[in-house]
Design a protein around this ligand. Structure first.
Ligand SMILES: [Zn+2]
Length: 253
């Protein structure tokens, strides 16, 4: 349940989006301007790690906390917009993806009501799929533009975590899932081709990768990790702009 919190709050079906869903507005003061001319290129998924969506929304609207997101989705599937998409919400922090930082200026942040250990509800996943389909269409983004907070900040973040069903999103065309492949350049170079940053070490990148693509894997690095990462690099290579990848042939293809 989303409990009432401070600020204007009203039901505004499809306001500002083409999604066929109700979106409640609860404006957060925690936002700024995107870097000049910076288009939305990524969608970053988070879990709230709080008791419920109402508590998360309250925190994300508290000026003293200096954090926010564009959307929060509750376990019941309720979607709340805190920051308009044209603004720069404060959800990502330090990190990089596809060789570039300032993720906040070029992304939309979605917080999912989850404590990091429990399953994500079907209602939440269905609402996320509706919202993501709408965002990708409006911003002309490919499925590989949807990443986790742990992907862009593997040295300090674990969300949306091992319980999040990335395969379900990929099956709906809203994220990516690789076919295993033979590596030609090794795990770390393949990781960089897919988009992982260079600041994190191999252990941190392996952990972030496994959380998303091999959530049941344990133990030391193995050939299955290598093959999955090679598939990601070959099938979903990152370019400077995720939009440009549609037009510029990959070095690996
Ligand atoms: Zn996060």
């Amino acid at each position: 349940m989303v409990s009432p919190v401070a600020g204007i709050r009203h039901r505004s079906a499809t306001h500002g989006t083409g999604a066929d869903m109700d979106i409640a507005d609860c404006p957060s003061p925690n936002f700024g301007d995107r870097r000049t001319g910076q288009a939305v290129e990524l969608v970053v998924l988070h879990y709230t790690a709080m008791s419920d969506a109402g508590a998360a929304i309250e925190r994300l609207c508290d000026p003293e906390c200096e954090v926010s997101a564009h959307y929060v989705i509750g376990q019941d599937g309720a979607v709340t917009r805190l920051v308009a998409e044209e603004h720069r919400a404060w959800h990502a922090g330090d990190g990089e993806w596809a060789g570039r930082g300032d993720i906040n200026s070029r992304s939309i942040g979605i917080e999912l009501d989850n404590d990091g250990a429990s399953p994500f509800s079907d209602e939440l996943m269905a609402a996320l799929e509706t919202l993501l389909a709408d965002i990708l269409a409006r911003h002309d983004l490919p499925p590989k533009a949807v990443i986790g907070h742990s992907d862009m900040a593997p040295s300090r973040k674990q969300d949306p975590g091992r319980r999040f069903d990335w395969q379900r999103l990929a099956a709906a065309g809203l994220s990516v899932w690789p076919e295993p492949a033979m590596t030609v350049s090794g795990f770390l170079k393949d990781a960089a081709h897919f988009g992982y940053g260079s600041e994190a070490g191999e252990t941190q990148i392996l952990e972030a990768f496994r959380q998303r693509f091999r959530p049941d894997a344990t133990g030391p690095f193995c050939v299955a990790d290598e093959a999955m990462m090679a598939g990601l690099a070959r099938q979903f290579p990152a370019n400077v702009s995720t939009r440009a990848t549609r037009r510029i042939p990959s070095r690996l293809s």
